[in-house]
Write a protein that binds this ligand. Structure first.
Ligand SMILES: O=P(O)(O)OP(=O)(O)OP(=O)(O)OC[C@H]1O[C@@H](n2cnc3c(O)ncnc32)[C@H](O)[C@@H]1O
Ligand SMILES: [Mg+2]
Length: 310
């Protein structure tokens, strides 16, 4: 058995065609190179070269795409069929037959175990570019609240993802995140959503944070902080996939900007000097803790899917 598609940067297949290149960029503008099995090279002369760049965990889509390009570029009548065998024919003559191992995941909807619309908006933007539709728990009012009783981001993200995956029988992504302020020993951390008390508003949490820093007379250079996200993808009866991402910055003395949610008006990005609330959704989604975690998730996801569909 050979693997047709492995979602790792690998030198084995990608090559350039100066004029005719097809690029399906991923959400971070990275060129993700999908290794197609080398049988294709026999049908596609190296000198003409082609770069196929895509984000998709579904090998059949990639193979379809490849043959589509092959037909367009060469003008020849390539045909293929995929079952557990890949059969390729040219001008009605069978030219190749190979047993292959295909990842057959086709579901393009992801349920995010969150009621936070700010997070959801970010995930929607990030995933829409990959062709995924996002639902969150506000679309399922009958599902229960999951108590965040963990002491770590991972424990809470697991609780949210694994409980909802069990209840719904589907694949679920959860995000547990928070702001960690160095001079406060990492607080508010896992308590970020409830820093000013249960069901606290964003404004109350921000006011409490400013108050804590003011009362300890913290100098500007000691206002360093980071946003943290742990993402967990769970599916019933399988081991979950866990990744994390961080974003370094500092806490402002007054809130600035109108976009975003949570502590965004107080979080100054180290690189640009802007608060997260002064960034557009697209700008934040390039550098945020959530974006960095999602990038790692996308790198690991196909391999993980491959394991769980075996
Ligand atoms: O548990 P769910 O339903 O996902 O929603 P939540 O708001 O309770 O989410 P968390 O438990 O993960 O708490 C994270 C809190 O950290 C803050 N936070 C997380 N990511 C943030 C971001 O990108 N910008 C600003 N604040 C953020 C914000 O106050 C969140 O409420
Ligand atoms: Mg929460």
């Amino acid at each position: 058995m050979k693997k047709l598609y492995k979602h790792k940067k690998s030198a084995i297949f990608a090559y350039e065609l100066a004029e005719r290149k097809l690029i399906i960029q991923n959400i971070f503008d990275d060129n993700l190179e999908i290794p197609l099995y080398d049988v294709f090279f026999r049908y596609f002369p190296r000198k003409s070269g082609l770069k196929i760049v895509a984000v998709d965990e579904n090998a059949t889509d990639i193979i379809d795409l490849f043959f589509q390009i092959l037909r367009d570029v060469t003008g020849k009548a390539y045909q293929h069929s995929l079952a557990d065998k890949l059969i390729v024919s040219l001008d009605d003559k069978q030219t190749h037959s190979e047993t292959v191992d295909i990842i057959t995941k086709t579901d393009k909807t992801i349920l995010i175990a969150t009621r936070n619309e700010g997070k959801t908006r970010e995930f929607k933007e990030m995933f829409s570019q990959l062709g995924y539709t996002i639902n969150n728990l506000n679309d399922f009012p009958d599902l229960p609240e999951v108590a965040e009783t963990g002491m770590t981001f991972e424990e809470n993200a697991r609780l949210k993802a694994e409980t909802i995956a069990e209840l719904t029988g589907q694949m679920v992504l959860a995000d547990d995140s928070g702001l960690m302020v160095d001079v406060l020993g990492g607080l508010p951390g896992v308590w970020s959503a409830r820093f000013a008390g249960d069901n606290a508003t964003d404004a109350a949490n921000n006011a409490k944070l400013l108050h804590e820093l003011a009362s300890t007379a913290v100098t500007p250079e000691r206002r360093t902080a980071r946003f943290h996200t742990t993402l967990v993808v769970a599916t019933p009866e399988r081991n979950s996939l866990v990744v994390e991402g961080e974003w370094l910055g500092a806490i402002a003395t007054i809130p600035k900007g109108d976009d975003g949610f949570g502590y965004d008006p107080l979080f100054i990005d180290d690189e640009t000097g802007k608060t997260a609330a002064q960034m557009t959704l697209a700008q934040k989604n390039k550098v945020s803790h959530r974006a960095r975690a999602l990038k790692k998730l996308l790198e690991k996801w196909p391999e993980w899917l491959n394991e769980i569909t075996r």
